[in-house]
Design a protein around this ligand. Structure first.
Ligand SMILES: Nc1[nH]c(=O)nc2c1ncn2[C@H]1C[C@H](O)[C@@H](COP(=O)(O)OP(=O)(O)OP(=O)(O)O)O1
Length: 157
């Protein structure tokens, strides 16, 4: 299975909004808002929809911060590949609220709970929170991180 997905980090000054996922892939972990892109949607449309569904806010300015590939292997075979577009937004409408899917919580940029997040996040999220763009490829075996590569992308305006 190959799927196209999104992640969004709302930023307010030195604080970042993370969600505690209550179900689905990554349940019990903190992450950005996001999910799968549905047929007919652009990744931007999908991430706006997910923000509305998961925490009741509408981002009004998105900044693209990179592309991540997550490959999951099971018994040496590729089980799934996830292409994830990453965005940040400093402007949105509404107040973050809890839903069936997610509980939102603000964290200081210097105090992100990496020990309660996906193993790869500490390898690329600091770069994104520093205002830069990344490409990363992460290979998991049974959802344990085995190999990775992370590139800093050049800023092209
Ligand atoms: N290794 C990883 N590190 C990370 O930070 N986020 C990851 C990740 N692997 C997947 N994700 C994120 C990307 C995307 O936002 C989300 C995908 O989760 P789901 O499949 O639960 O999405 P949906 O909310 O669309 O699910 P359903 O609608 O329930 O199918 O998980």
């Amino acid at each position: 299975m190959i799927s196209l997905e999104t992640l969004l980090y709302l930023i307010q000054g030195e604080r970042v909004l993370l969600i505690l996922k209550k179900r689905g892939l990554g349940k019990g972990l903190f992450n950005g808002v996001g999910g799968k892109v549905k047929p007919g949607e652009t990744p931007e449309q999908a991430v706006v929809r997910e923000a509305e569904e998961e925490i009741g806010v509408k981002p009004i300015q998105l900044s693209w911060r990179g592309l991540l590939e997550f490959w999951n292997l099971e018994n040496g075979q590729v089980e799934s590949i996830h292409y994830v577009h990453v965005y940040v937004s400093e402007k949105y409408v509404g107040e973050p609220r809890e839903s069936d899917e997610a509980a939102p919580l603000w964290f200081e940029k210097g105090n992100i709970p990496y020990d309660r997040m996906w193993e790869d996040d500490r390898l690329w999220l600091p770069v994104v929170l520093d205002g830069k763009r990344v490409y990363g490829k992460f290979e998991f075996e049974d959802w344990k991180l085995r190999k990775w590569i992370v590139y800093l992308l050049q800023q092209t305006g």
